[in-house]
Design a protein around this ligand. Sequence first.
Ligand code: ADP
Ligand code: ZN
Ligand code: ZN
Length: 747
Amino acid sequence: MFADVIIDISVKSLDRPFQYIVPEEMEFDVDIGSVVKIPFGMGNRTMTGYVVGLSGEAKFDISKTKSILEIIKQGVVVESHLLSLAYWIKENYGSTMNDAIKSVMPVKREIKEQIKRVIYPAVSMDKMREKRDEFEKKHNKARVRLLDEFLKLDKTAYNAGLDYSYATKKLSLTASVIEGLRKLDIITVDAIQQYRNPIGNIDERPEVRPVLNREQKHTVDSILNDYIRDVRGTYLIHGITGSGKTEVYMNIVEKVICLGKQVIVLIPEISLTFQMVNRFYKRFGNRISVMHSRLSAGERFDQYTRAKNGEIDVMIGPRSALFTPFQNLGLIVIDEEHDSSYQSEMPPKYHAREVAIQRAKMVGASVVLGSATPSVDSYYKAMQGEYRLFELNERAGNAVYPSVYIEDLREELKAKNYSIFSRRLDELMRDRLEKKEQIMLFLNRRGFAGFVSCRQCGEVLGCPHCSVALKPHSVNGRVSYLMCHYCGYKIQMPDKCPSCGSLYISSFGIGTQQVEQMVKKRFPQADVLRMDADTTTGKNAHENILKEYSKGGADILIGTQMIVKGHDFANVTLVGILAADLSLNSGDYRAAEKTFQLTTQACGRAGRADKPGEVVIQTYQPEHYSIVYAAKNDYKNFYEQEIVTRQMLQYPPISNILGVLVLSENERNADNLAQILADKMKLYQDVTVLGPAPAALSKVKDVYRRMIYGKCADYGILCSIKNSFEEFMHETESFRDCRLNFEFNLI
Ligand code: ADP
Ligand code: ZN
Ligand code: ZN
């Protein structure tokens, strides 16, 4: 038997498994995930490795293949199962093993734990006094200083010890003085691990625990019934916003914890952590924790350690929390499973939902997906019987779906309304401001105008390093600088056209920043808050804006998609979607799906409590099915129409698409390589090849980008194309300056 082993070292050339012989006496003990000692390299150094595959076939000359020396039985089990997962990610999405390992183990091991050292007395107070006098006679001032400090304390404080850093800093004692006293057995020095608290300010009011309604109870009972009988699976809960999905998750989580298992709860984005954590904290106390990218490296390391040591039961967080190193993982919950933030944008471009299902399979856990607007992919799998589907159709409590108006922006122009607010939205906003109820305005574009161009010569001011328009940003209401959102390149807003010198240059299109200004101008009486990528760069910015708004600190909240997801504001009775078309024209095969999701979610933000809500959707395509069905909150009809479109065009989930992105600073090489790869792809039967063509962003940071797409029903064939391309890049000498990125089912 042979084992594929990943060596535990970060060197690019070692970025693949090496084959080792499994000695006969180890055959029963070695498994995928085993940690082994192996000889490696010229000097036959002994290294640690992780078994990621087993086979009966030798890949190389067997006389040169080395044997595994030893299987390490206890210890880093979690790491090895996460490594097997990394290997799976690499194989299924294409990336280097190193990148895959980095996604799976985001916390570097070198980060020092935050340890508090404490000096404890090892002798009674009387003995200590005796010693002190001895040292004084010997003029040993430093020792006397420390012992005096102890002798000042009362009995309890004496036994609780002194802070080590207090002794070194405040008492100016050197480490060797302390060490000397320790050797004399007068004191001991101990390290206490201190965890940095990542949860922050928790709302301490006790929770009111609702009685589950019929649908909720059926869902909880069915999933738990499977669980108790050791049946594991993937479940999809389709429940309209406010139907009590979170309540369902918490009931399932509670039981799974009781069985001694651990749980990961994934939520879309950092902006959601606060509310979700709050609710979980109220129920489960400090057996929960959070892990996300805004925590400091130290805070993340602490959470990582606590999870591994079994000190917490539930980890809540966005995508990266999926890799929490629980030893005994029993359940993964993915809230808002359709959300695009579960898709990794960096290689490996994995989808957290798929990886979660894989991790669950590896360790015998179940997966619960929930959404008001399930991804077409998940719903399709549920229809195929791969996932078990539950529907929650009643809104928990007494909230009702809002009244939704679709406003045709072409009609507004005809009526000579040039404002960004349709007449209806304008009127409703005035009404709400009068009634002191809150308003949310949603626009899926951050910053200021879309772009700046010259009316004389038509020049669009673009980034010199990327093939995109620079985005205007304003200070004090005027466009003051232009910035590239891809590379950060920044210039002052010029006062004349850099190409023809004309003074007629100005911005077109609007972003959240401009909406804010227009709102302030039109409704000067209103207090306005804005939430988008630009206003939320600080560590607690999301939380602070949401808190401020939820306690009534502003009448209007303007924002990008981050405001429409899952927030629960009782006093919001009007939601305005300023331009539903932005997502509809995104050029993605999921454009309609995204528009439906965003619009439905935005509708879910209005009228959650006792006051009925209203929603205004502004669009140039009022008859588009994604908007019409979103307004009616009709997922099924949307799905039926969408899946027919996917079928017709052979898009996922019906078929699969592999995108190969060719990157190089040398444009000619990028073009040549893209052509060669496209020709290779055409040799595969059943694969439809598109391209090569310049990518939508044809240049970023001076790197040229070419794209080739292959469509095929069989995911495995696309994987083997990816493997053969990786192999080709490994062997060829001609394209050393080129890199490949792979994307599965993304456009
Ligand atoms: P979702 O996650 O589907 O949006 P939530 O679980 O957040 O729904 O529930 C929405 C609101 O209804 C919350 O305030 C929640 O406490 C409340 N709620 C949930 N289930 C019930 C129930 N069975 N009875 C009364 N209120 C409920
Ligand atoms: Zn740029
Ligand atoms: Zn010009």
